[in-house]
Design a protein around this ligand. Structure first.
Ligand SMILES: Cc1cc2nc3c(=O)[nH]c(=O)nc-3n(C[C@H](O)[C@H](O)[C@H](O)COP(=O)(O)OP(=O)(O)OC[C@H]3O[C@@H](n4cnc5c(N)ncnc54)[C@H](O)[C@@H]3O)c2cc1C
Ligand code: FES
Length: 289
């Protein structure tokens, strides 16, 4: 870890840019020079929006070493992401810790597919860049519920050799799921040597089921609830090949054919009642953190 919330960086966690990429999905750029200098694709930060808030993990989507800035892309789903979305350019984030987690494996695999769903499309962007730079032929497959939720298609098109777009409602591209496109490409005889996928648990599971039959090495970024992000609390435990792993220090990337998606999904839902109450109380308070 390069930095744990001290020194100059704490002064530096100022939002320097903010854009709403799609409905409820924001990109923010933050001053964080040490993290920008040390991050690698696949790593994340733990962010505390204000002093009394909880810590949540967000993937580092980009890091500008020269200017000391990192980019984060997040979807508003609950209290903390809503609080973050209310911050504007010029305002500071209370704490940003990272880079955390193991960097993704980037090698020359050959033909690679990066598969992203929803806000997961943001998380495959750094992978696509790094895999392309490593000499791979890179196919992007991206999807969202509807076209107004789809992000970063142009950015991926500028990196990948080919990008397939799909939406659940058919408002843009193929009507259906990313896993169906992957399956179709494979049935048509396209060789794929490696798949990297990020998105909702059900999506990553479906992608994993498609590639299992073809024995294609498949890696997913697991997204359990995290508390400290440094391997101490056990909140992020996942089952991989029958063994307990902590996603924050052993991952977040894991072999999709070994990861137990069922327990991941169950654990993600464990606090839904409390998360809904926190959001409701936050709204009632007039969105005061
Ligand atoms: C390593 C890692 C990297 C992540 N990177 C990103 C990212 O780049 N952009 C982004 O938008 N999100 C990312 N997430 C998910 C993000 O951390 C959660 O959406 C966030 O913690 C929700 O906080 P909240 O208080 O707004 O919502 P909560 O009130 O905590 O939850 C609201 C809803 O979101 C669901 N939820 C909570 N935590 C997660 C989670 N970890 N994954 C999926 N659903 C969750 C809950 O089940 C609930 O339905 C990442 C998660 C991990 C583990
Ligand atoms: S978040 Fe606490 S051990 Fe991983």
């Amino acid at each position: 870890m390069a930095l744990a919330n001290n020194g100059d960086d704490i002064i530096m966690y100022t939002i320097v840019d903010k854009v709403e990429l799609a409905e409820g999905i924001f990109k923010i750029v933050i001053n964080a020079p040490l993290i920008a200098r040390n991050w690698k694709p696949g790593q994340f930060i733990m962010i505390m929006v204000n002093e009394s808030g909880e810590r949540i993990p967000l993937t580092i989507v980009d890091g500008d070493t020269a200017n000391g800035k990192i980019s984060l892309i997040f979807q508003v789903v609950g209290k903390t992401t809503k609080l973050l979305a209310l911050k504007n350019v010029g305002e500071k984030i209370y704490s940003v810790t990272g880079p955390l987690g193991k960097p993704s494996e980037i090698s020359k695999f050959g033909n690679v597919a990066v598969v992203g769903g929803g806000v997961g499309v943001a998380e495959i962007l750094p992978q696509a860049k790094a895999l392309k730079d490593a000499g791979n032929h890179v196919i992007g497959i991206v999807g969202a519920r509807s076209s107004n939720k789809l992000i970063l298609v142009k950015e991926l098109e500028s990196i990948c050799d080919k990008v397939y777009v799909c939406t659940d409602d058919g408002s843009l591209g193929y009507k259906g799921f990313v896993s169906e496109i992957l399956s179709k490409i494979l049935r048509e005889g396209q060789t794929i040597d490696y798949v990297y996928s990020v998105g909702p648990v059900a999506m990553m599971k479906a992608v994993s089921e498609v590639t299992r039959g073809y024995r294609i090495r498949t890696v997913v970024s697991a997204n359990p609830i995290m508390v400290d992000g440094t391997g101490m609390c056990g909140a992020c435990r996942v089952l991989v090949g029958g063994e307990i792993k902590f996603a924050c220090v052993d991952g977040p990337d894991f072999d999709a054919h070994q990861l137990d998606f069922k327990t991941l999904e169950l654990r993600l839902k464990a606090y839904t009642k409390y998360e809904m109450k926190a959001l409701e109380d936050f709204r009632r308070s007039g969105c005061n953190g």
